[in-house]
Design a binder for this molecule. Structure first.
Ligand SMILES: NC(=O)c1ccc[n+]([C@@H]2O[C@H](COP(=O)([O-])OP(=O)(O)OC[C@H]3O[C@@H](n4cnc5c(N)ncnc54)[C@H](OP(=O)(O)O)[C@@H]3O)[C@@H](O)[C@H]2O)c1
Length: 286
């Protein structure tokens, strides 16, 4: 990959720009609009939003106003955890499209799996939600369908109950949390992994190992984190509301991490999550 617009091929035949712009916690409409507009100006071609981020209107408007053709920009949204089940998920997809003001979403994800903590029949609930995404794809409302925060157990259960396998699994992924089992399962089943919180919500910026790697390459820790994901074939989704940081996070195509850097980052693994564990979260409870 040489630039943010270079694309990974997906299992369904579609293509996805290799660097995404995250929009979590940008719910002020003016800031959300300006941030997405800045990101597009700086060369990002892939925007990650979700119904729960409450910024789909601003994201869609910034995409429409960008002057770029619709086909150049990849827009992802997600069905929130309160919308599990076929009917609710179908309505949630329509509502997202309406808020975005777009004819189609490039990708729609199931934001969190139904889990055993909240549903005795979590496998059936996930299969039912997934059917709504399959139908939205058949109807042309969504080009690619995928999941988020699905662990191997959730993916295996879905595999037994679906017509189309997810093309993408968006999971928490950063130095300290590389989720090797989920990543290996996805790779062997041609599911692209996306990294949320690729720079650990900025909590990794003082890490000594990452600082030493960054110093060696004349780069920042944030750049090392984004580059590390890409080096592993994982698609990073860094978020910033600061234009200079957006530019910094995308300026990662002029250096390579070497085997010792990769080894050092793998050595940081401690299963440390900054977000929720998919089997522990309570979002699905109504
Ligand atoms: N599927 C899911 O369940 C899920 C969950 C969480 C996130 N996501 C997606 O993944 C995206 C990224 O995750 P995230 O927002 O949690 O975390 P992140 O991108 O790892 O970190 C964002 C934080 O780092 C700061 N930052 C960004 N670039 C920086 C730089 N170069 N130098 C210093 N600080 C920098 C940002 O501050 P400023 O904004 O002030 O610059 C913000 O506080 C989200 O925005 C969202 O699209 C998905």
């Amino acid at each position: 990959m040489d630039r943010a617009s270079d694309r990974f091929a997906l299992a369904d035949g579609n293509f996805i720009p290799c660097l995404g712009f995250g929009t979590y916690l940008i719910d002020d409409p003016i800031v959300a609009y300006r941030s997405v507009a800045d990101a597009l100006e700086l060369g990002y071609r892939h925007i990650d939003t979700a119904a729960i981020y409450r910024n789909e209107e601003s994201v869609g408007k910034a995409v429409r106003d960008s002057g770029l053709s619709r086909s150049e920009i990849f827009v992802t949204s997600k069905v929130w955890a309160s919308e599990h089940g076929y009917d609710r998920a179908s309505r949630a997809i329509d509502a997202s499209l309406k808020r975005l003001g777009l004819d189609y979403m490039d990708m729609c994800l199931v934001h969190w799996p139904a889990n055993a903590k909240n549903y005795s029949d979590w496998q059936a609930v996930n299969a039912d939600t997934w059917r709504a995404l399959e139908q939205a794809k058949a109807d042309g409302k969504v080009k690619t369908i995928g999941v988020s925060n699905f662990l191997v157990s959730h993916l295996v259960s879905l595999q037994d109950n679906c017509r189309i396998m997810p093309a993408v699994d968006q999971i928490e992924y950063h130095p300290g949390l590389l989720q090797p089992e989920t990543v290996a399962f996805c790779k062997s089943n041609n599911i692209l992994v996306e990294a949320w919180s690729p720079i650990g919500r900025a909590r990794l910026l003082d890490d000594p190992t990452l600082n030493s790697i960054a110093h060696k390459h004349g780069k920042s820790v944030a750049q090392v984190c984004v580059k590390f994901a890409l080096s592993q074939g994982v698609l990073p989704l860094p978020k910033s509301t600061h234009r200079a940081r957006m530019a910094e996070n995308a300026d990662i195509f002029d250096f390579e991490l070497d085997w010792s850097d990769i080894g050092d980052i793998e050595g940081m693994e401690e299963g440390k999550r900054y977000g929720s564990h998919p089997d522990e979260q309570n979002f699905c409870a109504e």
